[in-house]
Every structure is written in C-alpha cells, then in structure tokens.
Design a protein around this ligand. Sequence first.
Ligand SMILES: [Zn+2]
Length: 70
Amino acid sequence: MSTNHKTTQARPNQLPAGLHAWLLDCVPAPGCGICTANWHQLCTARDNGNITKAARHATEIRDHVSGVHQ
Ligand SMILES: [Zn+2]
C-alpha cells in the first residue's frame, strides 16, 4: 500500500469575487507606457489566478492620477 500522501500545495488566498473586482478596478491612462505595461501584467497575473500580483499592478495604474508616475 502506498503511503505517499504528501500534498504540499501552496494555495493562493481565495478572495470573494466582489473583492477581486474592487482590487483590480482601475483604468490605465491612455498613452502612458507605465500604465499600459502594468495593465498587461495585471491581465496576465489575473489570468494566472495571481490576484495579489494583479492587485499590485492595479495600484500602480491608480497611482497615475496621484502623480506617482506619468
Ligand atoms: Zn500611468
């Protein structure tokens, strides 16, 4: 009998869908290279289920209006 029962899955934190939408809610500024780059990375991370990373890119995009980058 096999006793190979080691399941060490690093599971990402599951967040409610509504929270995802809120975390990822952002609009990349037209013509801004940083926003565009972050937007692509956000979509990739989201598609990979990496919401934490996607949310970080959303934050970068939101920072545009506060003048953190231009
Ligand atoms: Zn920007």
